[in-house]
Design a protein around this ligand. Structure first.
Ligand SMILES: Cc1ncc(COP(=O)(O)O)c(C=O)c1O
Length: 459
């Protein structure tokens, strides 16, 4: 058996993998599952694999991995990369601490404190708290747990028996709300999907009427999810209006800002989220708009103490030293927990608030560029004026799903499609702050070539 890898070997191996990856990064190439299976020996054998051969296999994998930071990737609500955050995240794997106790994580607990305090500040939670979660879906779950347990005493200990809760989200809200209701014993069918207006924002009146109806029918309305940056359109629900109705009925107001809470980093763009400080909780994923590697996600709560009340367990084997405050495992969803704070902290420290503000402004300017390119070309149609960084448009006369699929299969780039008001369209997400307008122009030209080809084929 080979001995443990020495640090110098580790760095040179990492470097050679990065070189292989970055050498392949500039262009998009599509690899089918069959082609990958044929070219890369993925099966695990009884015998060990010699180190040199293993390195070649690792390279074969990384070069075939979809590139989410190149100039052809517009498919998801994340994209691009910030080098310092990547380096910090690599270091996290090397340090391998678990974030449940100060004893095991040391300064990283204090780093988490600083980030959560800072995030509460940005939101306007003057006496708030928070926890890092493995993504926005689970941040939303944490919020729903606290809301449910707060709405009826004893649920945490005795279960939901006899109580039929109802939760509210918009028809454009993320599917995690329904999924979480299935997990929490609330029931997916007890999530009311409230209609949206023509900008994709929840209709406050419809929400109010649905709550009245549910109360009259004996349900317990406990939670409303308002989305800051909906997944498809990037729309922002009206926290002030819906929040006021919710408060009247004692309903927990959650803002799913997994995508869009990052706009708060800019004084100008924070105008998209008036009333955010009225929320009881906010999910916020810096791994989407802020260029931090996956995953980096926070759940912030307005009132201090609720997370410990709802997530702490007695565990003598684990929490042996230090005050609860220094043992974040007392208020987290998980036990063993990856350090998702260091990369965000390193980047925030590097850029400061001002750097993030400028980065966001650049994203919005790129968004404006592509919108004007689309508007000035009669072959394209802009479906809706974008509220944030999602640009929804179509190439007239060719189905958007076919265009997206053909782009991917030709290795030209990755972009997704969506539907709103029965219209089907391409959704381009402009989160990669390293792009320049020419990249967007080239991508639109590529779409055009592909679409004209499909048109020629009569599709
Ligand atoms: C609005 C919104 N909320 C929640 C999520 C889920 O976040 P995550 O993928 O981190 O679980 C997404 C994902 O795109 C989203 O768009």
């Amino acid at each position: 058996m080979e001995s443990a890898i020495r640090p110098q070997t580790l760095i040179s191996q990492l470097q050679s993998l990065i070189d292989a990856y970055e050498g392949s990064e500039s262009e998009g190439t599509f690899y089918s599952p069959e082609a990958i299976r044929e070219r890369v020996p993925l099966q695990i054998e009884d015998e060990p694999t010699p180190q040199d051969e293993l390195m070649e296999i690792l390279k074969a994998i990384v070069i075939r991995t979809p590139k989410t930071a190149n100039r052809l990737f517009f498919n998801q609500l994340f994209g691009g990369k910030e080098d310092l955050a990547v380096v910090a995240d690599m270091m996290v794997a090397r340090m391998n601490n678990s974030m449940y106790t100060y004893k095991v994580a040391g300064p990283h607990v204090l780093i988490e404190h600083e980030l959560l305090r800072k995030a509460c500040d940005v939101i306007g939670f003057t006496d708030g708290e928070g926890t890092f979660c493995p993504g926005g879906s689970l941040g939303n779950l944490v919020a729903m747990v606290v809301a449910r347990n707060t709405s009826v005493a004893g649920v945490r200990d005795h279960g939901v028996a006899g109580n039929t809760f109802t939760a509210y989200t918009s028809a454009e809200g993320h599917y995690s709300i329904r999924k979480n209701a299935g997990i929490l014993g609330i029931g997916r069918e007890n999530v009311r999907e409230i209609a949206v207006n023509d900008r994709g924002e929840m209709q406050a009146d419809d929400f109010g009427k649905q709550v009245e109806q549910d109360l009259a029918a004996g349900f317990i309305p406990f939670f409303v999810n308002l989305t800051a940056g909906t997944t498809v359109l990037g729309a922002f629900d009206d926290v002030t209006q819906v929040g006021a109705i919710a408060k009247k009925h004692g309903i927990w107001v959650h803002v799913d800002g997994s995508y869009g809470a990052s706009v708060l980093m800019s004084k100008k763009r924070a105008a998209l989220l008036p009333g955010i400080e009225l929320a009881d909780s906010v999910s916020w994923n810096p791994h989407k708009m802020m260029g931090v590697p996956l995953t980096c996600s926070m759940l912030l709560s307005k009132k201090k103490g609720l997370l410990i009340d709802n997530f702490s367990e007695v565990s003598d084997y684990l929490f042996q030293d230090d005050a609860d405050e220094l043992n974040p495992g007392m208020k987290s969803l998980q036990c063993g927990r990856r350090n998702d704070a260091f990369k965000l902290w390193a980047l925030w420290k590097q850029l400061g608030n001002k750097g993030f503000e400028q980065r966001l402004e650049k994203q919005f300017l790129l968004r404006d560029e592509i919108v004007s390119m689309i508007k000035s070309d009669p072959a394209f149609e802009l479906i809706i004026e974008p509220a944030s960084l999602n640009v929804c448009f179509q190439y007239r006369g060719v189905a958007s799903d076919r265009i997206c699929s053909a782009l991917d299969k030709k290795g030209f780039g990755k972009v997704g499609h969506g539907t709103f008001n029965r219209q089907h369209f391409i959704r381009m997400v402009i989160v990669n702050a390293d792009l320049v307008p020419k990249d967007l122009e080239d991508f639109l030209s590529g779409i055009k070539v592909i679409a004209m080809g499909l048109q020629g084929e009569g599709k």
